[in-house]
Ligand binder design. Structure first.
Ligand SMILES: Nc1ncnc2c1ncn2[C@@H]1O[C@H](COP(=O)(O)OP(=O)(O)OP(=O)(O)O)[C@@H](O)[C@H]1O
Ligand SMILES: [Mg+2]
Length: 351
């Protein structure tokens, strides 16, 4: 649905100074996908999403949407294509002097071919879709943050777009309101067959609703995968830092006051991280293995997360014994779980 090829963006700051914000982004987003983009502040996320609808023109590279190369179009063609992409923002960007109805009607009124009756029925249909039909005549200042964003969503959908771009759309909302907006987006994806791109610094948002996620760092995509892959097994340091603060909070707290060695020393305990997926999160694997292998396994920390409603269990265990026992416990657990990783060795008496 969306394809970016070797996208560069250089901002010319003044005569001698420029800023290379994007340094060669290749990305494909599938039809019907909810795709997340995360990264630190200033990483280039907003630049990237604005390049998808060509509000920002890339310095180099090609943008394709639904098979059409946007970077090859002229301004009037672009204006037409932009109507197939809606966008919502952190600050909602509603017109304060217009009612809810008029805010949503605004993009439709730009199109002379639509009659007043058609505008009215479309706007009321959109407002009931976002459950605000009863607020049609009020002004934005009379709405809560979540309601304002619902108006923003209705307005973004007025031109029946195929793509919805969301730049930090829930960042100004409390967690409960955020969840309700995300549920709305997920249901709209089903109902309208939308492709949704979500830019956010809230990892909770990614965890709840994205199918895949890209991490952007230094103007490039540093890691990309399904949301489950990224949360279960982050590879890059930045990705680890971002996702672990959410799904490995207990483990991080624990490691703050436990020093683990990378080398085994006589008498050390070994620490493993064990990952369980889906239904297997309920299996009594650890107890079984401890019994069969006749070793002591201590559970040091545990956390169950829900990634798009699928459980991901993370357990940290410590085992006393010798190296052969460690290896056979590792093999026995590995057979029955999603993944097991060595965290390190604890020298008893060292902490
Ligand atoms: N119009 C502009 N002119 C000059 N520099 C810009 C412009 N827009 C963005 N930049 C610079 O490009 C870089 C990327 O900015 P961008 O807004 O895309 O980051 P971001 O990842 O969205 O950050 P945040 O999480 O803070 O919103 C930053 O260094 C920013 O200062
Ligand atoms: Mg931004």
């Amino acid at each position: 649905m969306i394809k970016l090829e070797n996208i560069h963006k250089i901002y010319q700051l003044d005569k001698n100074k420029s800023l290379h914000a994007l340094k060669g982004i290749d990305l494909e987003i599938k039809k019907g996908e909810i795709f997340g983009v995360i990264g630190l502040s200033g990483a280039g996320k907003s630049t990237l999403i604005r390049i998808i609808n060509m509000l920002e023109i890339p310095t180099k590279g090609k943008v394709f949407v639904d098979g059409l190369e946007l970077t090859a179009l002229n301004d009037s063609q672009l204006r037409q294509v932009r109507r197939s992409m809606g966008m919502i923002f952190q600050q909602f960007n509603l017109l304060s002097s217009k009612t809810v109805f008029d805010n949503v009607a605004f993009p439709l009124e730009l199109d002379n071919s639509i009659s007043k009756e058609e505008v009215k029925s479309k706007v009321m249909e959109l407002l009931s879709m976002v459950e605000l039909a009863d607020k049609a005549d009020v002004y934005p200042s009379q709405l809560s943050g979540g309601q304002k964003q619902r108006v923003g969503i209705a307005r973004a959908l007025a031109t029946s777009p195929k793509i919805l771009l969301c730049d930090e759309a829930t960042s100004a909302l409390d967690p409960k309101t955020t969840s309700s907006i995300l549920r709305l987006l997920m249901s709209l994806r089903e109902k309208l067959n939308l492709t949704i791109v979500i830019i956010t610094h809230q990892l909770e948002v990614i965890k709840e609703c994205c199918d895949r996620v890209a991490v952007i760092d230094g103007g490039l995509i540093s890691e990309l995968g399904t949301t489950m892959e990224i949360f279960a097994d982050p590879k890059k340091e930045l990705t680890k830092r971002l996702v672990n603060a959410v799904v490995r909070k207990d483990l991080l707290d624990l490691l703050e006051y436990t020093t683990l060695d990378t080398e085994y020393h006589e008498g050390s305990r070994v620490w493993y991280e064990v990952l369980f997926l889906g239904d297997r999160a309920e299996d009594p694997v650890i107890v079984d293995v401890a019994k069969k292998q006749n070793v002591d396994i201590s559970i040091m920390a545990g956390q169950i997360n829900h990634i798009q409603n699928k459980p991901l269990g993370i357990l940290v265990i410590a085992i006393s014994g010798n190296r052969e026992q460690f290896d056979s416990v590792y093999d026995a657990i590995k057979e029955r779980v999603f993944n097991i990783k060595l965290l390190g060795y604890e020298r008893l008496g060292a902490n």
